[in-house]
Design a protein around this ligand. Structure first.
Ligand SMILES: NC(=O)CC[C@H](N)C(=O)O
Length: 371
């Protein structure tokens, strides 16, 4: 409920009893090593929740309030006592649907006109969810990562900081090209709504990918923006992929990921990159969804000389399986290797004939540095 990617959505829980763990205290003080929250952001992001049976009594050592009191404090409506199985069946048949919560006598049998349904996808929800001003986490980290914030989950920032990165979080439409020299890697976050609202970011990124050869990694919305910058198209799926048990097949190896393996992943998306054959020059498919064959990841080819990856799923989990969590380690390892390579002084061209007459052919022209 606090994942900013759910902004604007009414969530229908298929688990019948919801709220029995209660809600923990969500601290909101950023210190320079922590992202400042326990949950995925500082507030409830979804528009409403629908649960079959809400637990008023909660029991968990870290809980401080019930689900309904938390919703009330956040001004987010919830409805209970409805048949979520019937709603799920309807959504399974007709796909994600515009919805509306109404209670009381006036609501019964009322059939609102189409204009009475708010369609969140018409708005740029990313502009609402993104940070308004840049901020830093763990400034003393050894590798400097810029994060384009489309509505980042806290656990993504945590995954970077816990692996030693100094993280600068930038607004979604910030032109990174102006400051790219200061960073060792670029990360593009998850975010709510239609990725086509982020075309400005994709255009900035297109230039970055042409002119900057350091590692770039994107998750979910970030992956879609990378795809759009590479010339691919993002479309709205009839059935989004959600939940914590989505199997994806790796089609290429990179870092900890091995081609041919299936990884179980956490997902939350309504849009996807269109599967193209062939892929744009310099790009290849990275992962494919085992259930619906949708694109789950793309990467730059070895021949392109670039290090760019995007995944549609959530390696940071929270919640869900940790099968792909090492992708953060892989990304930072690439950034560190790249940084090391840049910092090692290159061999100066020498006048071979003067240094060692007769041995000129043995003096290496370039020093190769192992990654
Ligand atoms: N979690 C995300 O980043 C989702 C991306 C995009 N909003 C989608 O629904 O496809």
């Amino acid at each position: 409920m606090t994942d900013p990617s759910y902004r604007g959505q009414i969530l229908v829980f298929t688990t019948p009893l919801i709220g029995n763990y209660g809600v923990p205290l969500n601290k909101t003080a950023i210190d320079d090593k922590d992202v400042g929250v326990v949950l995925e952001s500082d507030k409830i992001q979804c528009s409403a929740v629908v649960v079959a049976d809400v637990a008023e009594k909660f029991s968990h050592h870290s809980a401080v309030e019930s689900l309904s009191s938390w919703c009330a404090r956040n001004g987010v409506p919830g409805i209970t006592g409805v048949d979520t199985r019937a709603i799920t069946t309807l959504l399974r048949d007709q796909g994600t649907t515009l919805g509306r919560l109404a209670v009381g006598p006036d609501a019964s049998l009322a059939s609102p006109s189409a204009e009475e349904y708010w369609d969140p996808t018409t708005e740029n929800l990313v502009a609402q969810a993104s940070t308004k001003a840049p901020f830093e986490l763990n400034p003393t980290g050894d590798v400097k990562i810029a994060v384009l914030d489309f509505g980042a989950k806290a656990n993504i920032l945590r995954a970077l900081v816990r692996r030693g990165a100094a993280v600068t979080v930038l607004p979604w439409n910030y032109d990174f090209n102006q400051i790219c020299d200061r960073y060792d890697g670029l990360f593009l976050s998850n975010g709510p709504g239609d990725p086509n609202h982020c075309m400005d970011a994709a255009m900035h990124l297109r230039r970055t990918m042409q002119e900057w050869d350091k590692p770039i990694f994107g998750i979910c919305m970030g992956h879609q923006v990378i795809g759009m910058a590479a010339g691919m198209e993002a479309y709205r799926m009839m059935f989004g992929n959600r939940g914590h048990n989505q199997p994806v097949l790796a089609l290429a190896s990179a870092g900890s990921i091995k081609a041919g393996r299936v990884y179980v992943t956490s997902q939350n998306h309504q849009y996807a990159l269109k599967l193209e054959d062939p892929f744009p020059a310099g790009w290849e498919p990275f992962f494919i969804n085992c259930n619906d064959s949708s694109v789950e990841g793309i990467k730059s080819t070895a021949e392109s000389g670039k290090k760019v990856w995007g995944v549609q799923f959530h390696p940071e989990s929270a919640g869900g399986p940790l099968d792909t969590i090492e992708m953060f380690t892989d990304f930072l390892a690439e950034c560190r290797a790249h940084k090391l390579q840049l910092n090692i002084p290159r061999a100066q061209p020498m006048d071979a004939a003067k240094v060692a007459p007769g041995l000129a052919h043995e003096i290496p022209q370039r020093v190769a540095v192992a990654a």
